[in-house]
Ligand binder design. Structure first.
Ligand code: GLN
Length: 479
């Protein structure tokens, strides 16, 4: 019989339900893999030392383990958001998303490493250590949910949750050869999720296949009185079973296609092959335009730092985590923030504070907000003609560790394809669609607000056709 850790989450739930696998046995199998393999990857910042107490016979998820990005507050379990400034912080409450999973019968096997405060595209900005890509340990896993993506790709957890502010679920999923879904803004509560850019942040699944993404999303969604931006999802999330794409219209935005600036030829080639496959499955593919999408990077890197500079003001050495010495209150604030924040976070705080400062507010923040509105309008027009827009998820495959750290603009360029979806609040799904130079390439499907069921259904049909093998060959990670 194959290893229980080789099962997808949906398969594991079935085995647990039929009682030929015990949830503690499965939990321990994952714990053992984390202990053995994670030293090579650095995907976890905390992992459980034993299975928790619990009885899950009648719970939908049957005690199945989950890995949780360390940005979610978890009662009694350290939560750092990848930052030294939160070292030693143990929250007194649990984020709604995690609590919902627990209520559905899920058990937390570990907290995953991430870029500090979710700022980054490579996981090299973690205040603790870099995460390595299971496909090639000399390469980045993507970011900022790189720990969650690497953990799922290496079989250290059946599935994981992450957050996506500008691509941080989809891009690491793409670079690690797994599925990542950023839900419609508001679909999942942000309560207890350490805030980066509140108007963009959204929690979602990182999984081995599309069915698991649907199953995990089903247990995450719903309005939460503790988050006034959360919404009741208008329909149940269904497990996808679509096999063909007949009657579905796929738009390819010229600005975000294989012609886009900075795209690697290997990625462009896999993407173009994918478009041909969509047609073979009965879908129609047509070029369209999102004229303002190329300005997404400039708008996002004003708006996200502006919101971050306000959200991060709370880390002052008084209320949470690290406290450095100071002769008086002001110097205590200053030395705590100087010691506790890493260079990328400091850069964003400076950028954001400047963009919001009097005299410059309209020129930067106001203007970026107008670009955001234009991008949202472009999408609205496109969705009058198309069911989905398709793009590569990332312009490159996983790049070598160290390649872009000294060049913030090159790092920001990683987000070209993913950012517009966040700025417009749309759902986006990344599905592995092939290899370039032996490394995974992801296809991004974007839909209208609350089109998750349709995205998952189309993603399922495509996944079957791609027949992508999600097991990385490089590391000793056979499941
Ligand atoms: N890479 C983007 C950034 O650095 C997006 C991060 C995210 O989605 N959390 O801000």
């Amino acid at each position: 019989m194959s290893e229980p850790t080789s099962l997808t989450a949906a398969q594991a739930v079935e085995r647990l339900r039929s009682r030929d696998l015990g949830w503690r046995e499965l939990f321990d199998a994952y714990r053992e893999r984390i202990e053995r393999i994670d030293p090579k990857l650095g995907a976890f910042l905390w992992s459980a030392s034993a299975a928790p107490d619990g009885e899950f016979d009648s719970a939908p998820l049957q005690g199945l383990p989950v890995a949780v990005k360390d940005i979610f507050c978890t009662e009694g379990v350290p939560t750092t958001a990848g930052s030294r400034i939160l070292e030693g912080y143990v929250p007194p409450y649990t984020a709604t998303a995690v609590r919902r999973l627990e209520e559905a019968g899920s058990t937390m096997v570990g907290k995953t490493n991430m870029d500090e405060f979710a700022m980054g595209s490579s996981n090299e900005n973690s205040g603790y250590h870099v995460v390595r890509n299971p496909w090639d340990v000399e390469r980045v896993p993507g970011g900022s949910s790189g720990g969650s993506a690497a953990a799922v790709a290496a079989g250290l957890a059946p599935w994981a949750i992450g957050t996506d502010t500008g691509g941080s679920i989809r891009q690491p999923a793409s670079l690690c050869g797994i599925v990542g879904l950023k839900p419609t803004y508001g679909a999942v509560s942000r309560y207890g999720m350490v805030a980066f850019a509140s108007s963009l942040d959204q929690c979602g699944p990182l999984t081995r296949d599309v069915t698991d993404a649907a199953l995990l999303l089903k247990h995450l969604i719903g309005r939460d009185p503790c988050d006034s931006t959360s919404l009741d999802f208008p329909e149940e999330i269904a497990l996808p079973n679509r096999e063909r794409l007949d009657g579905l219209r796929f738009g390819v935005p010229a600005e975000l296609s294989s012609e886009a600036e900075g795209i690697e030829p290997g990625v462009a080639e896999v993407f173009d092959r994918t478009l041909a496959l969509i047609e073979e499955l009965g879908g129609s593919v047509e070029e369209t335009k999102l004229p303002h999408a190329p300005h997404g990077i400039s708008a996002y890197y004003v708006l996200a730092p502006a919101e971050a500079s306000a959200n991060l003001a709370r880390y002052d050495g008084v209320r949470f985590g690290l406290r450095a010495d100071g002769d008086d209150l002001l110097s205590l604030y200053e030395s705590t923030r100087a010691d506790g924040f890493g260079p990328e976070v400091k850069r964003r705080i400076m950028l954001g504070t400047f963009a919001l400062s009097s005299g410059f507010y309209e020129a930067y923040y106001g203007r970026a907000q107008r670009v955001r509105t234009k991008i949202a309008e472009d999408f609205r027009t496109a969705f009058e003609r198309f069911d989905f827009l398709v793009t590569p998820t990332s312009p490159t495959v996983a790049f070598p560790i160290g390649d872009r750290v000294d060049d913030p603009l090159a790092m920001y360029a990683c987000d070209l394809f993913t950012l517009p979806g966040n700025l417009a609040g749309l759902p986006g799904l990344s599905v592995p669609c092939g290899l370039s130079e032996g490394l995974p390439v992801g296809l991004q499907l974007l839909g209208a607000p609350f089109a998750e069921n349709r995205l998952l259904a189309a993603g399922h049909a495509l996944e079957r056709a791609f027949a992508f093998d999600p097991a990385p060959p490089a590391l000793e990670v056979s499941r």
